[in-house]
Write a protein that binds this ligand. Sequence first.
Ligand code: PMP
Length: 288
Amino acid sequence: MARIIYVNGRYTPWAEAAVHAEDRGFQFGDAIYEVCEVRDGHMIDEARHMQRLERSLGELKIASPMSRSALARVMRETIRRNRVTNGSVYLQVSRGTRPRDFLFSYATDMTPTIVCLARSLSRSKSEAGAAVGIGVRSMPDMRWGRCDIKTVMLLPASLAKEAAKEIGAKEAWLVDADGFVTEGASSNAWIIDKNGHLITRAVGNDLLCGITRTTLIDLIRRQGLELVERPFTIAEAKAAREAFTTSATAIVMPVVRIDDVPIGNGAPGLLTSKLRGEFHSVAEVSRS
Ligand code: PMP
């Protein structure tokens, strides 16, 4: 099936979906995005994703291009036109197009560029992947100081994932100057210690406040499990009983190896798999 991409008001065939060469997203990485899981044709945790999108726009002083409900309509229509039942929807907003200039505040008439795409992902393939788990590679976090904003400046993350791939790992766990894990290149990082405590770094400017992380915390609280929001080192993670990552596309993904060290018995952890199985009992499902 031909893929359809929304660009600035038009639903265009993939081959024709283009933005201007002087779009600030292209020249400066001056753009933010959201990725939302699509499950059984519905967006998951839409309200939280839209809230974070608005926060990202606000932090960069990009004018909101349209109302939250209008953006959601674009996302739904993109999902529909691409016949996505299970997969993800991606929404990107850049500050807009202007002759290249570092300064932007004078250009009060700039119109944000909006791009939306949707992609199918086989549920059985995802589940098969989660049944095996992933390896992660630790490496220095070389990103900027505002990782709480979901910008498209993903080159460090892209390079980190390429480096992870070199050792057969699917994700990179990024380590700050003090030796603590900030997060994954495209996910939040978690460990479970020998007491069954779930440990993940508290949110701040150095990591993204993942929506899957937030919703998983709802589940953890509902189940009366112990949550500890604090930084942890790679050495601690390697000695953990279980480890996993969270993201809208991978949900709760077991980590079975960090660098060359197996986690636990080297298979997905029991609590991790249970949390994955129960995640959608707490996540918000958009019915409209
Ligand atoms: N951290 C980073 C750096 C990410 O790119 C992502 C995925 N967008 C996450 C965390 C997880 O966020 P979410 O659960 O909202 O997908």
